[in-house]
Design a protein around this ligand. Structure first.
Ligand SMILES: Cc1cc2nc3c(=O)[nH]c(=O)nc-3n(C[C@H](O)[C@H](O)[C@H](O)COP(=O)(O)O)c2cc1C
Length: 344
C-alpha cells in the first residue's frame, strides 16, 4: 500500500482535490457595508491561497441570517444579491486549480454585535455575554430552512462543497451540548435533532454527488463538557443523517476548566480526528497546529487523517501548500503557477 503524502490527490463523491491541503475557515471580519457581502479583501485573500497551491479552500463562517453573525463584519448568504460576489471568488479559485467550499453557520449566542442574539436556551456564553433569547419551536424549524436557503445560494455561486459549522460553540454545537440546550421541546429531548434536520435540509439543496462536510468539536474543555466518547456518538448521528466528511476540531464552547485545558502544541487535536476515524471508519480532516510539514506529513502517512487543514500557517504564508509539499519531497511543480516557476 502506498503512503499518503501531502501531494496525493483525494476524491470524495465528485469532489476531486489536487492535494491533501485544506485552507481552514477563518473569519476575516472585513465586510465593509455590514451587508454580509464579500469585498476585494476576500477576493484577494482566497484567490491568493488558490494561487498558493491549496487543494481545498473553505471560505470562512458565512451566516444564514444577519443575527447569526459574530460581528457586523462577517459574511452572509441570506439574500440572492450576495451570490455574485461569492461567484467571483469561486470562479477565480477554480481558475487556479483549487476546489472551494464554504462554511455555512449561525453564531447563536456567540453573536456579539446583534442587540438580541438567539440560542436554544436563554443561557449566556459567559458572564460578559448578552443573555440570548430562546428560539421558539417554530423559529427553530424556520432556522433549519434558512440553512437550506443559504446552501442553495452557495451552490448557485458554484461552490464545490458545503461545510456545516457544528463546532466552537456556534448554533449547531449549542443545540447538541447539554450545557447550552435545556429546552423542553423535541429539540431539547433529542440534542442532535436540530443538526440532523439542518443536514437533511442542506442536502436537499445540494446536488446528490456533492459531498457534505461537517466541522465538529469532538470534545469540550469546560467543566462538565462532553468527552471524546460522546463526540464520537455525535459524529455517528450526523453521519447517519448524511454527512460525508468530518472536520475534527475541539472546544470553543466556553472557558476551559483547569483540569481539561488542552496543551496547545503541534497536532494537539489530531488524537480526536484519529479517534473518530478509527471508531467510525470515515474520512476526516484534521486541524490544529499542523503547519510544520513534517507533522502534517506524519498525520497523513500514519493514517490518522485524510486531509490536513491549516489556518494561521496560511495567514503567514499564502504559499504554505507549495512550501509544505516541497519540504516533504513531494511534487509541487504542477501546482506552481507558470509565471511563478522561476521563484520555485
Ligand atoms: C483569524 C481566525 C479566524 C477563524 N475563523 C474560523 C471560522 O470562521 N470558522 C471555524 O470553524 N474556525 C475558525 N477559526 C479556527 C481555525 O479554522 C482553526 O481551526 C484554528 O485556527 C486551528 O488551526 P491552526 O493551528 O492551523 O491555526 C479561525 C481561526 C483564526 C486564526
Amino acid at each position: 500500500m502506498s503512503t499518503t503524502t501531502l501531494d496525493s490527490s483525494f476524491r470524495i463523491k465528485n469532489l476531486e482535490l489536487r492535494n491533501r491541503t485544506v485552507m481552514a475557515p477563518m473569519c476575516q471580519y472585513s465586510v465593509h457595508e455590514k451587508d454580509g457581502t464579500p469585498t476585494d479583501w476576500h477576493y484577494v485573500h482566497y484567490v491568493s491561497r488558490a494561487v498558493g497551491g491549496v487543494g481545498l479552500i473553505i471560505v470562512e463562517m458565512t451566516n444564514v441570517e444577519p443575527a447569526g453573525r459574530i460581528t457586523d463584519g462577517c459574511l452572509g448568504l441570506w439574500a440572492d444579491e450576495q451570490i455574485p460576489a461569492f461567484r467571483r471568488i469561486v470562479d477565480a479559485a477554480h481558475g487556479h486549480g483549487a476546489k472551494i467550499g464554504i462554511q455555512i453557520a449561525h453564531a447563536g449566542r456567540k453573536a456579539t454585535d446583534d442587540p438580541s442574539p438567539v440560542a436554544p436556551s436563554a443561557i449566556p456564553f459567559d458572564d460578559r455575554s448578552k443573555t440570548p433569547r430562546e428560539l421558539t419551536t417554530d423559529e427553530v424549524k424556520a432556522m433549519v430552512l434558512k440553512f437550506g436557503e443559504a446552501t442553495r445560494r452557495a451552490v448557485e455561486a458554484g461552490f464545490d462543497t458545503i461545510e456545516l459549522h457544528g463546532a466552537h460553540g456556534y448554533l449547531i454545537h449549542q443545540f447538541h451540548s447539554p450545557r447550552s440546550n435545556t429546552r423542553d421541546d423535541e429539540y431539547g429531548r433529542d440534542l442532535t435533532l436540530f443538526g440532523r434536520e439542518v443536514i437533511a435540509e442542506v442536502k436537499h439543496n445540494m446536488p446528490e454527488d456533492m459531498p457534505l462536510l461537517f466541522r465538529i468539536s469532538a470534545l469540550e474543555y469546560t467543566e462538565g463538557g462532553y468527552g471524546i466518547e460522546t463526540g464520537i456518538e455525535l459524529c455517528r448521528a450526523y453521519l447517519e443523517a448524511g454527512v460525508d466528511l468530518l472536520h475534527i476540531s475541539t472546544g470553543g464552547e466556553g472557558v476551559p476548566s483547569a483540569e481539561r485545558r488542552p496543551k496547545v502544541e503541534p497536532a494537539f487535536q489530531l488524537h480526536a480526528a484519529q479517534a473518530v476515524k478509527e471508531a467510525l471508519g470515515v474520512p476526516v480532516i484534521a486541524v490544529g497546529m499542523l503547519d510544520d510539514p513534517a507533522v502534517a506529513s506524519e498525520a497523513l502517512a500514519s493514517g490518522k487523517a485524510d486531509l490536513i487543514a491549516v489556518a494561521r500557517g496560511l495567514l503567514r504564508d499564502p504559499y504554505w501548500a507549495l512550501h509544505a509539499i516541497a519540504a516533504s519531497g513531494g511534487n509541487y511543480k504542477t501546482a506552481v503557477p507558470k509565471p511563478y516557476e522561476r521563484g520555485f
